[in-house]
Ligand binder design. Structure first.
Ligand SMILES: Cc1ncc(COP(=O)(O)O)c(C=O)c1O
Length: 410
């Protein structure tokens, strides 16, 4: 253990974010983050895959980038070319895919190529916190646009694009999570996707499509990706293996035209993403992805049902939510009196971690009484007990729900 007392504080560069809090272990009831179901990680399949691929190609680890060059392990890109065609209708080649260290690195690279302080981007009003914090840190103005049950509202987008045009501002991109939106869970239908593209093209604004959750749809049916519907090369598409296989592997990807890939690659100065996880994924997914994903989705759907039942039992009509068509999150509205940031702090003290709505929205007052719960990583028993504890804390702090499990509480 280092016990010295050298003071780095005067040396730190200005503008750093606050220091990270020390990790104190997982909360007892963990409903935060995008964690996966531990029982559904295909451990045996990954062991077999990594053993086979290392026995066959292990010597290539001697080279940065293996024998595949800087875009990432070629068999993984070949798997993606076929998968994206089959599932999302995307036509691309291996040279239009860049493997990244999670899709968070994809977000950083795309932002790094396109954004400068003072720029404007258009995003969904409720959106991924990781996207919001990055934009804030870059000094970029993020204009939030409301969603409905079909995703991003195009009347709001049209109005925002017109307003920017009037002010002579060209937005750098429209960031959307069209296929199982985070946090709302909506899937944008094909007709709206086509309208969105037409609108964006009319204003010369590219689309940044984040398809992080697109594999996790209960009935396995999804509209074509925005990338697939635009032949113009104006859609940058990113995806991830975090939700379909495991987030700790840290493997994501970007699909973009080759000149854009060359720009992104020039910023990817890490000498390549982790090779072993790329090799294991390529080997595992080529043989097992198509059977693994529906099994995972089935398990997640069962957990979602447990969570919806627990909420109905504990919160009754005080918790409003739509039954999402896929994903790992429920986006919940509590009565207006509830401030979910205060609720989150009180719940954490009782061992329940929740994501308060304002952290996932550009509209803080709208999101004040909303929250996001991840149902993928807790067990069914933890979901039931955690939701019951959350209801107790909420009643103590805000007086709602008045009743739980049909029992009036004093
Ligand atoms: C919408 C969205 N995009 C990107 C990410 C980043 O995921 P990863 O870096 O694990 O691929 C997440 C993680 O939860 C997400 O929800």
């Amino acid at each position: 253990m280092i016990t010295g007392s050298f003071d780095f504080a005067p040396l730190l560069r200005p503008g750093l974010p606050p220091a990270a809090a020390k990790w104190t272990g997982l909360p007892k009831y963990n409903f935060i983050g995008g964690n996966n179901d531990a029982h559904e990680v295909p451990v045996a399949g990954l062991i077999a895959a990594v053993t086979a691929v290392l026995a066959r190609e292990g010597a290539t680890l001697a080279n940065y980038g293996l024998a595949s060059g800087p875009l990432g392990y070629r068999p993984l890109r070949e798997f993606l070319v076929a998968k994206l065609k089959r599932d999302a209708g995307i036509t691309c080649g291996v040279d239009q895919i860049l493997i990244t260290s999670g899709s968070l690195q994809a977000l950083d690279l795309v932002n790094g190529v396109l954004l400068a302080p003072g720029d404007t981007v258009l995003i969904e009003q409720e959106t991924y916190q990781g996207a919001l914090t990055r934009l804030a840190r870059l000094g970029v103005k993020a204009v939030g646009l409301p969603l409905d049950r079909d995703g991003l509202r195009l009347d709001a987008l049209a109005a925002a694009l017109d307003e920017l045009k009037r002010r002579n501002v060209r937005a750098k991109y429209i960031y959307t999570i069209p296929t199982v939106q985070n946090p709302t869970g909506t899937i944008m239908g094909e007709a709206r996707r086509r309208e969105l593209l037409a609108l964006a093209q009319a204003h010369g604004v590219p689309i940044f499509e984040d398809d992080c959750y697109a594999d996790l749809i209960w009935d396995g049916r999804r509209p074509p990706a925005l990338h697939a519907l635009s032949p113009q090369g104006d859609v940058i598409h990113i995806g991830s293996f975090s939700k379909s296989i495991a987030p700790a592997l840290r493997v994501g990807y970007i699909v973009a035209p080759e000149d854009m890939i060359a720009r992104l690659l020039a910023l990817k100065i890490d000498a390549g993403s982790g090779a072993l996880e790329q090799m294991a994924l390529a080997e595992f997914c080529a043989a097992h992805f198509v059977e693994h994903v529906p099994r995972l989705a089935h398990a997640l759907r069962a957990k979602l049902e447990t969570m919806m039942e627990a909420l109905a039992e504990q919160f009754g009509t005080a918790a409003e939510f739509d039954d999402p068509p896929g994903g790992i999150f429920l986006w919940i509205k509590l009565p207006d009196a509830v401030d979910t940031q205060k609720l989150a702090a009180a719940a954490l003290a009782a061992g329940v971690a929740i994501n308060p709505g304002p952290e996932w929205s550009t509209n803080k007052p709208y999101a004040k009484s909303r929250l996001r719960l991840c149902f993928a990583s807790p067990t069914a028993d933890e979901i039931r007990a955690g939701v019951a504890t959350l209801a107790d804390v909420c009643r103590r702090e805000f007086g709602v729900p008045v009743r739980s499990a049909n029992v009036a509480k004093s």
